[in-house]
Design a protein around this ligand. Structure first.
Ligand SMILES: *[C@@H]1O[C@H](CO)[C@@H](O)[C@H](O)[C@H]1NC(C)=O
Ligand SMILES: *[C@@H]1O[C@H](CO)[C@@H](O)[C@H](O)[C@H]1NC(C)=O
Ligand SMILES: *[C@@H]1O[C@H](CO)[C@@H](O)[C@H](O)[C@H]1NC(C)=O
Ligand SMILES: *[C@@H]1O[C@H](CO)[C@@H](O)[C@H](O)[C@H]1NC(C)=O
Ligand SMILES: *[C@@H]1O[C@H](CO)[C@@H](O)[C@H](O)[C@H]1NC(C)=O
Ligand SMILES: *[C@@H]1O[C@H](CO)[C@@H](O)[C@H](O)[C@H]1NC(C)=O
Ligand SMILES: *[C@@H]1O[C@H](CO)[C@@H](O)[C@H](O)[C@H]1NC(C)=O
Length: 411
């Protein structure tokens, strides 16, 4: 693979905040590469440059999801490969952001998300989910190293089923989309786009074994994709007032859930709010005689602000989608719509916020771009574009190609 470097300098608006410095990001691409990016922000004029500094393989043909653990300085990559097998990879991340493969597992493929869990430090096992096979698969760490090992033996494999298809045509079978650890590390949640459910498992921290708890059910057709935790005091380790927020890909909405702990974790859905102002979903696009509706992708919570990414809504141009912003009531957790702003991306599948809360990195799938957007830490509002770069080849409209995820590498 030969990465091309593209740097775009953007500087149209003077920003009230200065954030001079350098930062490292990683972006995965459905072409097989993981790119290391260097962001340089020059200071008070709010401009920056974003450059590709290296690229790595090792995560199979279709890297789709990256997670960075700052305590171990390791990154885990999931391979969405549809060929009946995939390669999950673990890397060391060096100070300059270059990656070295430290472990790989040959999986049954179509892995869309994974999380570490269990053991003395929550780093002994990995739980992964497979979208079309409708499965949850766990493995013990360390992953067996090597370029092309035989299929790695799972610790446990759970196959989800539904008695009948859901109301949305994409709900033919269960489609687990995320393996989400709860803040105590004792439960694993799996939002399932096909089943309109959040599967819940109790974790045996010693053996890594998962035991099913009753599902939480979404509204029919919601199609939940990902979740994030929030607590009134910003401390999700305390269960007081703890809430889960989920983004619904098919319903184009965000739901909030109260959380109760017992032998099982239980959820109670309290609110569902559109990812569009007034609930007005923009029209679907007809392309090759098929209809492609907007589909919400990701959510992030910073303090008492929640952000959700919309794909294919074209709210800011024929190839520019939106980010929705809400406030979270600090007492009740209730969401209120604030505004939609430009994602500076087409099909923003992924976005993440830096630790300081000053910059948001948005990964556009079809545009295959990373946009760095300024964030006001007081009002929570997203502001000017700080930097933008094309990363790898552009995707094809409606295809599963282009850029798949972007994360910050911060200690
Ligand atoms: C912003 O500041 C940097 C460093 O001071 C400078 O190189 C760049 O040209 C400035 N950009 C604009 C648009 O003024
Ligand atoms: C990965 O990092 C660990 C901890 O620094 C080190 O012990 C190990 O040798 C590294 N592995 C590789 C393959 O670089
Ligand atoms: C793991 O949990 C399952 C229930 O999900 C149970 O049937 C099985 O016996 C457990 N295995 C071990 C080794 O604890
Ligand atoms: C968060 O809450 C937990 C449980 O109540 C407590 O042990 C911990 O000290 C709290 N952390 C902070 C930073 O307040
Ligand atoms: C769930 O939430 C609803 C609405 O807030 C409330 O009326 C109901 O009592 C709650 N149920 C449980 C089991 O907590
Ligand atoms: C779309 O449908 C029309 C009419 O049925 C047909 O002529 C055309 O070939 C179709 N185009 C594609 C791309 O399938
Ligand atoms: C709008 O974007 C689509 C790709 O999504 C492209 O095929 C089409 O040509 C664009 N239309 C205009 C008017 O730019």
């Amino acid at each position: 693979m030969s990465p091309t470097t593209s740097v775009v300098l953007v500087g149209l608006t003077l920003l009230p905040i200065a954030f001079a410095g350098t930062a490292t990001l990683l972006a995965s691409h459905f072409n097989g590469a993981i790119f290391t990016l260097s962001l340089n922000t020059q200071g008070s004029n709010g401009t920056g440059t974003l450059a590709i500094t290296s690229a790595s393989g090792g995560c199979g043909s279709t890297p789709t999801w990256l997670t960075y653990y700052s305590d171990t300085k390791k990154v885990y990559c999931m391979d969405e490969s549809w060929q009946g097998y995939g390669t999950m990879a673990e890397y060391n991340v060096s100070a300059d952001g270059t990656l070295t493969v430290t472990g790989q597992a040959k999986t049954t493929g179509n892995d869309v998300h994974g999380t570490l869990y269990g053991g003395p430090a929550g780093r002994s096992y990995i739980a992964t989910v497979q979208y079309s096979p409708s499965t949850l698969t766990t493995y013990a760490l360390p992953l067996k190293a090597g370029p092309d090992p035989p299929f790695t033996t799972p610790l446990q494999l759970v196959k989800f089923t539904i008695p009948a298809p859901g109301p949305n045509e994409r709900q033919d079978v269960p489609h687990p989309h995320e393996a989400l650890l709860d803040p105590t590390g004792k439960f694993l949640l799996v939002p399932d786009l096909g089943a309109d459910a959040i599967h819940i498992f109790a974790i045996d921290a010693v053996t890594g074994n998962l035991t099913a708890c009753p599902d939480a059910k979404t509204a029919p057709g919601d199609g939940p994709r990902h979740g994030e935790w929030w607590s009134p005091k910003g401390n999700t380790t305390s269960s007081a007032g703890l809430k889960l927020y989920t983004v619904n890909e098919l319903g184009n909405s965000v739901s909030s859930w109260t959380v109760s702990y017992g032998a099982c974790l239980t959820l109670n859905r309290t609110q569902t709010i559109s990812t569009f102002a007034g609930g007005n979903i923009p029209p679907s696009t007809t392309f090759n005689n098929a209809s492609f509706p907007p589909k919400a992708a990701e959510l992030r919570i910073i303090g008492n602000f929640l952000y959700a990414a919309n794909r294919n809504d074209k709210s800011f141009g024929n190839q520019t989608d939106s980010l929705a912003m809400y406030t979270i009531d600090s007492r009740t957790g209730a969401l209120s719509w604030v505004e939609a702003t430009s994602a500076h991306a087409f099909y923003p599948r992924s976005f993440s916020v830096n630790k300081a809360g000053t910059l948001v990195a948005v990964g556009g799938q079809t545009s295959s771009s990373v946009a760095i957007i300024a964030r006001d830490t007081v009002t929570g509002k997203l502001g000017a574009l700080v930097a933008w770069a094309q990363v790898g080849g552009q995707g094809t409209y409606t295809n599963e190609d282009g850029l798949s995820s972007v994360i910050w590498v911060e200690t």
